[in-house]
Design a protein around this ligand. Structure first.
Ligand code: BGC
Length: 823
């Protein structure tokens, strides 16, 4: 009622203007949720937009004085009582008020109005799953609510079985069991109240006036409080060298590489993390068991022989499954997963990947990539879910939930995500990898930051810092040494309490050497852990940290903060309880359930761009001739980051699964489905399935112009001749494209009767066949990129137009964002 009164008073006054330079004071008290409540000392209280901050006194009181600067504030309204408590939306009305609740999927697709009626004076508690009905799909949703003249927005995750009991899991989205729905219209700012060991709270501030906030109740996060005490105890035993060791991520040694640490060195250094990159030769026998043996060997050396016995956390690029290890389940690359728009499936894939990782001893994946890819010329287009922050937020958050044990990373089989590459990797000029983004702060925040907010809310353990740069504040800032993005934005505004991890030798790229000044600029900017490749002795980094702390170039408090973050993740993971690979989980590798999830993902990821003359679906009675070497090429359909960094064409790389050809034969029957790789034997066909595409690549090697990569589909790997041969036969031609990005489709390509974007589907080629044959399955995928009609149109993106973003020229795209046909 107190808040309501405030609303009425402000409402009666209407719009209020504030003069710049005015000083306002907010007072209140922070207490915990025990009974009787205990005041919380030392809680940080700050205004998110204004920036003013203070901490609470020993009686939990705060007095926050803020000077209103930089903006002219107008607004009305008071603090709202609209909140989510568990699965229920609670609010009250004091007179008859109209309430409309609209539901959207996180990518903005409307799922309909849940409520649109008058509510008489009273208090209400509406069950969201109840309103959504029993056909509701699991996933992330956005609620937009209008109550009288007020607007609210909130996000929640619906979990449970379709047709069965559903519930809202929102405890990771904001306060445990209590999600304040931010007011969208009149809210000028938020009052952030945080204290380690408690769940943070954000209260909307609708007017810069001197006001009494009253009691702010923080819910105890008992587990976190215990963890902070454990960290204190452990850090009290650590020397500066021990601390610097925790900040190292060093490369794996199979036991024989001369440029890597020996087991004795691993034990004496006690690195925070060990990793392998895309093409690491460190495991000659590329099997899950062989990798597990080596990773366990290093961990055992550390646990048996190091002074403090802090387990290392092992990291690897499991960007579409543990695809570098033969025999594991290879899922579609993220561009395909984006097109599924199925966050529940993506969360399930996260669970599958985590189990396979933990089976091998991998406890951190350098994934998911949540780049808003704004230029298809970039060779990493396929690594992101699409061009908008919304799709990357939706899918990235779901992936993190799945990888990290559905909110409890201590679970057996949960691993840490490392969302990447922060910040603006998909914004670089001309789509050149590892280059500079030339966009304003406002555009960066609008297009590239929201997905990090979403993943931080889901408690991603790690954020990988991009090796690219962003030009802001008059300078090109390598992200590895950018305190604005790491400390001000990520740790400050977003409240990230995990680890900032550098990318592959990111410090070398930023400032040239692991010397005192370079190391200081990265650590002082907010870097917590540094990925150091094999041919650099990690002791160079440790020596630099030690020297920099000794001469005060790096404050010891910064090192302590970095180490606290690293240990926090390890304690949250209960890493001491699961130091070694888990043989039971290893048994889940390529399990039927994982194969089925991968197959489903392939089905849902494909986008039908054209279908004329009933070319599709194929009928089981059709004589189908399959054309194109890529139809029978496991390497081509998996793309980069498979077995090796760059990936490679061809079969027999030990990848479990089946090619598209094999899948078509299984579904259509091997009598009716035949293969003519070069199209020389197609005369008996009722229909031709022609498979073409890009050859595999990764990172800058896939940028347009590098290694002959062109966005002209027909110029890729003989596609033009193959398609022409098929089209010339006069039979219906179904073109299946294996590409990591939208390509330019010339008139020959467009003359095919049906065109399917299959992206890089991974090792379940049968998923392609499932949908081409229709019957049971239809196309459901829709584009998460605007598909350019010409090269000149690139970059071309949906949504708001940002004046400072690069733009292509000329006309409408070939296919709009969200396009996708069905049977
Ligand atoms: C890439 C990262 C990757 C890392 C480790 C870098 O070159 O940019 O995405 O996680 O290597 O392999």
């Amino acid at each position: 009622m107190k808040y309501r009164a405030a609303f009425l008073i402000c409402g009666a006054l209407g719009l209020i203007s504030y003069s710049l330079g005015a000083t306002v004071t907010l007072t209140g008290r922070v207490i915990d949720n025990s009974s009787p409540a205990v005041p919380i000392t030392g809680a940080a209280v700050s205004l998110k937009v204004n920036g003013a901050s203070t901490t609470t006194s020993t009686t939990g009181q705060f007095t926050l004085t803020a000077t209103v600067t930089g903006v002219t504030q107008t607004g009305s309204g008071g603090i709202s009582t609209m909140q989510m408590l568990g699965s229920k939306l609670s609010f009250s009305t004091i007179a008859s008020e109209k309430v409309r609740i609209d539901l959207f999927e996180l990518d903005g697709r409307g799922a309909g109005a849940l409520v649109d009626r008058n509510f008489e004076a009273g208090s209400y508690s509406l069950s969201i799953p109840g309103l959504m009905g029993k056909n509701a799909k699991s996933g992330l949703y956005v609620l937009k609510i209008r109550k009288g003249a007020e607007n609210f927005i909130g996000t929640f995750m619906l979990v449970g079985a379709k047709g069965g009991a559903m519930s809202v899991a929102c405890q990771n989205i904001a306060a445990a069991g209590q999600t304040f729905l931010a007011k969208t219209a009149a809210s000028l700012d938020s009052l952030l109240v945080t204290k380690i060991g408690y769940v943070s709270k954000a209260l909307p501030i609708t007017a810069y006036t001197t006001q009494t906030i009253g009691d702010v109740i923080l819910t105890t996060n008992a587990a976190d409080a215990v963890i902070e005490h454990k960290i204190d105890s452990l850090m009290a035993l650590m020397t500066i060298n021990d601390k610097a060791g925790q900040m190292v991520q060093t490369q794996i040694n199979s036991g024989s590489e001369s440029d890597r640490l020996t087991d004795a060195q691993y034990a004496s250094m006690c690195p925070g993390s060990v990793f392998n990159g895309g093409s690491d030769p460190s495991c000659p026998a590329n099997t899950p068991a062989a990798w597990a043996t080596i990773i366990d060997r290093i961990q055992t050396a550390i646990m048996n022989n190091s002074k403090l016995k802090i387990p290392m956390i092992y990291g690897q690029d499991c960007v579409h499954g543990v695809a570098e290890v033969a025999g594991c389940t290879v899922f579609p690359h993220d561009i395909g997963l984006g097109c599924t728009h199925d966050s529940a499936l993506v969360a399930q894939i996260g669970r599958d990947v985590a189990a396979e990782c933990a089976g091998i001893g991998i406890r951190m994946t350098f994934a998911p990539c949540i780049a808003s890819v704004r230029n298809e010329r970039w060779g990493r287009t396929f690594e992101g879910f699409g061009e908008t922050p919304e799709i990357n937020a939706q899918m990235g958050a779901a992936y993190v939930i799945g990888l990290e044990g559905d909110g409890d990373i201590s679970q057996t089989g949960a691993i840490s995500a490392s969302v990447k590459h922060y910040l603006g990797d998909g914004a670089t000029k001309n789509g050149v990898n590892n280059d500079t983004a030339w966009i304003s702060d406002a555009t960066m925040r609008a297009v590239h930051l929201p997905q990090y907010t979403a993943c931080v809310r889901q408690k991603t353990g790690v954020v990988m810092i991009s090796y690219s740069a962003w030009n802001h504040n008059g300078k090109s800032w390598a992200q590895s040494i950018d305190s604005y993005t790491m400390t001000t934005l990520l740790k400050g505004e977003l409240g990230f309490d995990g680890i900032c991890l550098s990318d592959w030798d990111g410090l070398l790229m930023a400032c040239g050497a692991y010397n005192n000044s370079c190391v200081a600029s990265a650590i002082n900017a907010g870097m917590d852990m540094v990925m150091i490749v094999a041919n650099v002795n990690p002791n160079n980094f440790i020596n630099a940290v030690v020297a920099d702390v000794a001469n005060n170039t790096i404050p010891i408090a910064r090192v302590n903060d970095a180490v606290r973050r690293i240990l926090r993740l390890k304690f949250r993971m209960h890493l001491w309880d699961h130091t070694l690979s888990n043989a039971t989980l290893r048994g889940q590798i390529w399990s039927q359930a994982h194969q089925d999830d991968a197959r489903q993902a392939v089905r849902e990821s494909m986008v039908l761009l054209k279908n004329t003359g009933s070319a599709l679906p194929l009928l089981k009675t059709d004589k189908v001739v399959v054309v194109g070497p890529y139809a029978d090429d496991m390497g081509a359909q998996c793309g980069g980051w498979t077995i090796s960094w760059q990936g490679q064409t061809g079969n027999n790389k030990g990848i479990a699964g089946e090619t598209i050809l094999s899948g078509l034969k299984t579904v259509g029957g091997s009598t009716n489905v035949t293969y003519s790789s070069n199209g020389s034997a197609i005369s008996g066909a009722d229909k031709i399935v022609c498979v073409v595409g890009e050859s595999p690549y990764a990172e800058g090697s896939g940028d347009e112009g590098q290694n002959g990569h062109t966005l002209d589909l027909a110029s890729n790997n003989g596609a033009s001749a193959l398609i022409s041969t098929c089209v010339a036969s006069g039979k219906p031609v179904i073109l299946v494209m294996l590409t990591g990005r939208p390509m330019i489709l010339n008139t020959v390509v467009m003359s095919c009767n049906a065109i399917v974007a299959a992206w890089l589907p991974g090792s379940r080629g049968i998923g392609v066949a499932d949908v081409l044959y229709g019957g049971t399955y239809n196309f459901t995928g829709t584009l998460t990129h605007t598909w350019p009609a010409t090269a000149a149109q690139i970059p071309i993106n949906t949504g708001a137009v940002y004046a400072d973003e690069q733009k292509g020229t000329g006309g409408a795209p070939a296919f709009a964002y969200g396009f996708g046909l069905k049977y």
